[in-house]
Design a protein around this ligand. Structure first.
Ligand code: GDP
Ligand code: MG
Length: 446
């Protein structure tokens, strides 16, 4: 999506209020992104309609293009639909003890998730979980959970093959009390397909044990199928939420949006790998970016709103025009750019800098940890040295390197970089030299 959007960014310019045309252009791309991310067609259409209503006529913020502004509204709306920010996605842990029941189709990841969740609740919340092997449908299921429990040193409650899953769950409550466990995780049986006997079993356990959470474990890779499964389960047994597994694969998480829209169920965790630590609490904002496939663009917008101190940018531009540019400006520019993330996407936002920043040296400098050293070196200089780097001779170099914990060669590289940049600035301000010529060739930049 990012590439196509860049096209739009370039085509749209100007400020004021968002027109219907601006909005439609950006939303076309959004709709495609949603569908590519496996969002249900109807959900995608409804979503886009809602955004459109909000977007038309909205003010365009100073530093954003209309397309960026639309995307910012899209992002907010997406976060809202995915669960907002007020903790709907938290686990209910206030029971005494809280019982968490995992349900879902076979292979969706229930048993793995039971172990992951146990580990998470112990390590992150200091709880004492009991895992309960209540899948009597698949012969190996009990052993699988027992093995995971052993590996994680978590207690597992199980009974001999042939025992009644409902009894197992009821007995497990008693066992948890004896073992002083304060949260219970039930791993129940699935089927390859929705099946009335499975539902009946789930319903019976639900009514006998009264779990505080009944979470559907669904495989995000199955996309639209996961939506149908969620709907059926919710109608049959009334769920409290979802855990989406296999989000480490290619799935872009559109299923989560569809499921939210269709069932209203919050997603509480995401499985992001086969290992037992691969479980993360669900963050609507992160999934929103992922669904839109434009994480960089969106964080850029947010960060730009915070980070660009317009005055500072203006000042830098003035200096640039005047051909004055010292190491302090260099550091300020580097810091600002670093905060704003991926350099390439930043260029358009700083009118004075765009072409200049396409220099490979600059990009290299901003990646990695180099900025830390650059900061250390510049801060180890005297004011005079920063303002007038030409005075930094051999003995000064040694002092600065020692003071900043760097090597003289690194300082030399920094000064070389700075000199190159300054020479470019001079070319810009005087309009002479190959770089200035290049800029004239490529239009208005600088
Ligand atoms: P169950 O039948 O619902 O209990 O599913 P299992 O817990 O046995 O998991 C089925 C398969 O999915 C196993 O091979 C797991 O390792 C795998 N799996 C579960 N969760 C994830 C996940 O988040 N990411 C990946 N890549 N694999 C997962
Ligand atoms: Mg299982």
């Amino acid at each position: 999506l990012s590439k196509r959007l860049e096209g739009i960014f370039n085509n749209l310019s100007g400020q004021g209020k968002l027109t219907e045309e601006d909005v439609n252009a950006a939303l076309r791309e959004v709709r495609i992104a949603l569908i590519e991310a496996d969002v249900n067609l109807k959900v995608a259409r409804q979503f886009v309609e809602r955004v459109k209503e909000k977007a038309i006529g909205a003010d365009v913020l100073g530093s954003l293009s209309p397309a960026q502004q639309v995307l910012s509204i899209v992002n907010d709306e997406l976060i809202e639909v995915l669960g907002g920010t007020e903790g709907k996605n938290k686990l209910e842990l206030s029971g005494n003890p809280p019982v968490i029941m995992l349900v879902g189709l076979q292979g969706s990841g229930k048993t793995t998730t039971a172990a992951k969740l146990g580990r998470y609740l112990r390590d992150k919340q200091g709880m004492r979980p009991l895992l309960v092997a209540a899948d009597m449908y698949r012969p190996a299921a009990v052993n699988q959970l027992k093995a995971l429990g052993k590996q994680l040193q978590l207690p597992v409650y199980w009974e001999q093959m042939g025992a009644d899953p409902v009894d197992i769950c009821v007995n497990a409550l008693e066992h948890a009390r004896e073992q002083a466990c304060n949260v219970i995780i039930l791993d129940t049986a699935g089927r390859l397909n929705i099946d009335e006997r499975m539902m009946e079993e789930v319903r019976t356990i639900r009514s006998r044990v009264q779990p505080h959470e009944v979470l559907l474990v669904a495989d995000a890779m199955t996309g639209q199928e996961a939506v149908r499964v969620a709907k059926d389960f919710n109608e049959a047994v009334s769920l409290t939420g979802m855990i989406l597994t296999k989000m480490d694969g290619d799935a872009r998480g559109g299923a989560a949006l569809s499921i939210r829209a269709v069932t209203g169920l919050p997603v509480k965790f995401m499985g992001v790998g086969e290992k037992t630590d691969a479980l993360v609490p669900f963050h609507p904002d992160r999934l929103a970016s992922r669904i839109l496939g434009m994480g960089d663009v969106l964080s850029l917008i947010e960060q730009a709103q915070e980070a660009i101190d317009e005055e500072e940018a203006l000042k830098a531009q003035e200096k640039l025009k005047a051909g004055k540019f010292d190491l302090e400006d260099f550091l300020t520019a580097m810091r600002q750019l670093k905060r704003m993330g991926p350099l390439r996407s930043v260029m358009e936002m700083l009118p004075g800098f765009n072409k200049l920043l396409q220099m490979p040296e600059m990009e290299e400098a901003l990646e990695s940890d180099q900025l830390k050293y650059v900061e250390a070196m510049i801060l180890s200089m005297t004011k005079e040295e920063r303002r007038n780097p030409d005075i930094i001779n051999g003995s000064r170099r040694k002092r600065i390197a020692a003071g900043s914990g760097t090597k003289v060669e690194e300082l030399n590289a920094l000064l070389k970089q700075f000199n190159e940049m300054r020479s470019v600035f001079r070319q810009i301000s005087t309009g002479k030299g190959p770089f200035a010529q290049l800029m004239r060739q490529y239009g208005k930049g600088g």
